[in-house]
Design a protein around this ligand. Structure first.
Ligand code: TXA
Ligand code: MG
Length: 320
């Protein structure tokens, strides 16, 4: 038996495993690791392909924007725009279970797929030595949703991650059971009135005590029933979108898939992970003059194709 070439899926957190995790992340591979809230499935937040691999491993039928995890305060302003409110909350609660949604900085290196094409980025600094050591070893922000298959409960031990994701996790760094056990609070600061998008480890009262202002609750504030997904703002192209196009009509840009003549190609070889990685950047590149509309080639519905088609159908839906 040769166990040298096949390291165990779960490794205890130590200098060697953390260095190995950093090396994997730098080459676009995934690593699951402990945070104080739940285990995260991490990938390089600046690498579209690594982020596409996260969505593929989770098996999620749609692209939800992900949180960029950082280990230190320096360089944060190269990722997001930090105002006085954000600075005060970071000072009080970071590292800790508070995620802030902030406007994307000009030239932010964060993957557009990680933010689902939005102009805002969710960012947090986990209160866990193993998580921060891995982020430092990677030397870049790490995108990390909870390390479970879509629809399953969030994992709070390394064994949970292995049960849910198995080999899809790539490598699991065991940092013990999670102290908080529920996901971080998500607070949107991209608007004048702070909006609580997800309750979590830090309470609304704790936030109000720092801001001197109540955060409005995205849920309680509803004047009309909210449909699932309504809280998520979605990137919508300015140009009209036509789906399942084999050819461009006059004036249209054609976003292709597989071997074909087109303006830009999501994946000439028909690779759905590559297509996901390119989706938002290419939609944005074509969403402008001289084009008058955006036509998109048919995308197969299997694997990440389901999430790509979900996003394309939203982009093509009639606008009100
Ligand atoms: O505790 C946590 O936050 C865990 C650990 C691993 O850090 N992570 C986590 O990630 O729960 P995830 O991907 O399962 O949840 C991210 C949440 C989602 O509700 C998502 O909609 C929201 O953050 N989010 C991310 N980016 C956003 C953005 N730009 N605007 C609005 N909401 C955003
Ligand atoms: Mg989750």
């Amino acid at each position: 038996m040769n166990d040298v070439s096949a390291p165990a899926l779960i490794q205890p957190a130590n200098d060697r495993s953390v260095a190995a995790a950093g090396a994997r992340l730098r080459t676009g591979q995934l690593v699951a690791f402990a945070t104080e809230t739940v285990y995260g499935l991490g990938g390089d937040a600046t690498n579209d392909r690594a982020v596409a691999a996260i969505f593929a491993a989770k098996g999620r039928p749609s692209f939800n924007p992900l949180i960029a995890h950082v280990a230190d305060f320096d360089l944060i302003e190269t990722l997001v725009q930090v105002d006085d409110r954000a600075r005060a909350l970071m000072k009080r609660f970071w590292p800790g279970p508070l995620t802030l949604v902030l406007p994307r900085a000009a030239h932010s290196p964060i993957s557009l797929l990680a933010s689902a094409g939005l102009d805002t980025i969710a960012i947090r600094m986990p209160d866990h030595d193993v998580a921060r050591a891995i982020i430092r070893a990677a030397g870049r922000p790490i995108a990390a949703p909870s390390a479970n298959r879509s629809g399953a409960v969030s994992p709070t031990t390394a064994a949970h991650v292995a049960e849910s994701l198995g080999e899809r996790a790539g490598l699991i760094i065991d940092g013990g059971p999670c102290r908080v056990g529920v996901e971080s609070t998500v607070l949107d600061l991209s608007t004048p009135i702070p909006t609580l998008l997800r309750p979590g480890g830090i309470t609304a009262d704790q936030i109000e005590a720092v801001l001197g202002q109540k955060a409005q609750s995205a849920q309680a504030d509803a004047s009309a029933p909210k449909s699932p997904g309504m809280l998520e703002s979605h990137y919508a192209p300015a140009l009209a979108v036509r789906l399942n196009a084999e050819h461009a009509h006059a004036g249209e840009a054609l976003l292709g898939f597989g071997a074909m003549d087109c303006t830009l190609n999501l994946s000439p070889t028909g690779d759905l992970e590559e297509a996901a990685a390119h989706l938002f950047a290419m939609m944005r590149a074509l969403d402008r003059a001289p084009f008058t509309a955006l036509a998109v080639a048919p995308i197969p519905e299997h694997g990440l194709g389901a999430a790509i088609n979900d996003r394309l159908r939203r982009a093509a839906a009639p606008r009100s």
